[in-house]
Design a protein around this ligand. Structure first.
Ligand code: GLV
Ligand code: MN
Ligand code: MN
Ligand code: MN
Length: 417
């Protein structure tokens, strides 16, 4: 396919990214963004995207969980399609670019291919996955998990948010109906899937590179812990007789940090990002604490071994402090490998465009982690300033976004040829 370079209208993409960023529940203005799945804000963002898809002449289909497919029909529409996309939900107080670049970038890639007169054999679809982020239900990638069969409809339907509402109730209240059993895609639905995303790490910028071609995605796991101690009056209960759940939690989070640092794998990372203290009053001894654990590694076995060590260490701390500990595994997923065919397609696009790239792993997870189970899958990374992500100061330049969209467009054109 000769199209060098595809005429990406990056001002248009940046403008759309900014319009999307304005659809936010964050108390601060953009670039701070909060957009949680199945909220009214999420629905407004979806409506905004639908308008763009329709303007571009794409056919929109929404599945029962809200995964949205915008299709550019190929000349042989019975052939398995080529998919590209990411997510538009945003964790609390995050930035403009995480996920959104992969959705609006895929739309722009289709627009420029159309404009350049490309006529692919295979259909090309922009996919917007529901709830890549774990904010509401504790588990990320629910849309792609269900699409790929990585979770059963029943297990998904029963998950609860912090108000105690089930996934199924909340998605139906948001207007998504139909059977969750219909979300899974057959293994031959996609000929290939490719996701454009900001790197969310510092490597590309540090090496002055334009593009990262992802070879593998690290294996994520998530746990929930609850500590039950004994509450009481902050003035009246003397120190020797306390069973303070928060002090137990503090010791536990430090044990988690120590075990992660001591791991044989430099890629092992562990984070306690949420901690809820009950009753949360100045003059009351914390009686209950709930906290999350996010733990990942390229090496799934090492991740599991460290997670087991953490469980043991936490149980010992609970024992010594006379508090009760409950733990629940939310997910423990294996790593994913990018398909050689996708790496080759992205690298040939990069070569045509004269861009500088490296192969790399993705430490963050993405919907591609699950798409890799049902389609040859790959990812294209662009640099982001300082490697910063999940923060309002997350930033990629228009030039970096443009290079990513050009690479994506040429990659899609090859795959759909
Ligand atoms: C993505 O947001 C991740 O947590 O890796
Ligand atoms: Mn994210
Ligand atoms: Mn993301
Ligand atoms: Mn994410």
């Amino acid at each position: 396919m000769s199209l060098d370079p595809p005429p990406v209208n990056v001002e248009r993409v940046v403008n759309e990214l900014e319009q999307l960023a304005a659809i936010s529940d964050c108390p601060e203005p953009p670039p701070a963004v909060t957009r949680v799945v199945f909220t009214e804000t999420d629905l407004r963002a979806r409506a905004f995207l639908r308008g763009l898809y329709e303007q571009a002449g794409l056919t929109v289909r929404v599945d029962p969980i809200g995964n949205t497919f915008a299709r550019w029909e190929g000349s042989e529409p019975v052939l398995p399609a080529v998919g590209s996309g990411s997510h538009t939900d945003a964790i609390p107080h995050s930035g403009i670019y995480d996920g959104t670049v992969g959705v609006l970038g895929a739309l722009e890639a289709i627009r420029v291919l159309k404009q350049a007169g490309c006529r692919p054999r295979r259909s090309i679809e922009v996919v917007m996955f529901t709830s890549e982020e774990p904010t509401r239900f504790g588990m990320g990638c629910t849309g792609s998990r269900l699409m790929s069969g990585a979770i059963t409809p029943d297990a998904l339907a029963d998950m609860r948010d912090s108000d105690g509402d089930t996934y199924d109730t909340v998605r139906q209240q948001a207007g998504f109906s139909g059977s969750l059993a219909d979300v899974a895609l057959p293994g031959d639905y996609y000929h290939a899937f490719v996701e454009l995303h900001i790197e969310q790490g510092p490597e590309l910028e540090a090496a002055s590179l334009d593009i990262g071609v992802v070879t593998a995605i690290a294996a994520p796991a998530a746990f929930e812990f609850a500590i039950i101690g004994e509450g009481g009056h902050a003035g009246a209960v003397l120190m020797p007789s306390r069973r303070d759940a928060l002090n137990a939690a503090a010791e536990m989070t430090l044990a988690i940090e120590r075990l992660a640092k001591e791991s044989r794998s430099p890629d092992l990372v562990a984070t306690v990002g949420r901690l809820d203290v009950h009753p949360g009053a100045v003059n009351s001894i914390p009686s209950r604490v709930a906290f999350s654990l996010d733990i990942r590694d390229i090496d799934g076995q090492n991740r599991d071994a460290v997670a087991a060590e953490i469980q043991e260490a936490l149980a010992a701390i609970a024992d010594r402090r006379g508090v009760q500990l409950e733990s629940r595994e939310l997910n423990a997923d294996p790593p994913a490998q990018a398909a050689d065919s996708l790496i080759a397609a992205a690298e040939s696009a990069v070569a045509v465009l004269g861009l500088k790239h490296q192969r790399m792993i993705s430490r963050a997870y993405h919907d591609s982690l699950f798409m890799a189970r049902i389609a040859p899958t790959g990812m294209i990374f662009i640099p982001c300033r300082g490697g910063v992500s999940h923060r309002p100061d997350e930033f990629s330049t228009p030039e970096q976004i443009s290079a990513g969209v050009q690479t994506l467009a040429l990659t899609l054109a090859q795959l759909a040829e």
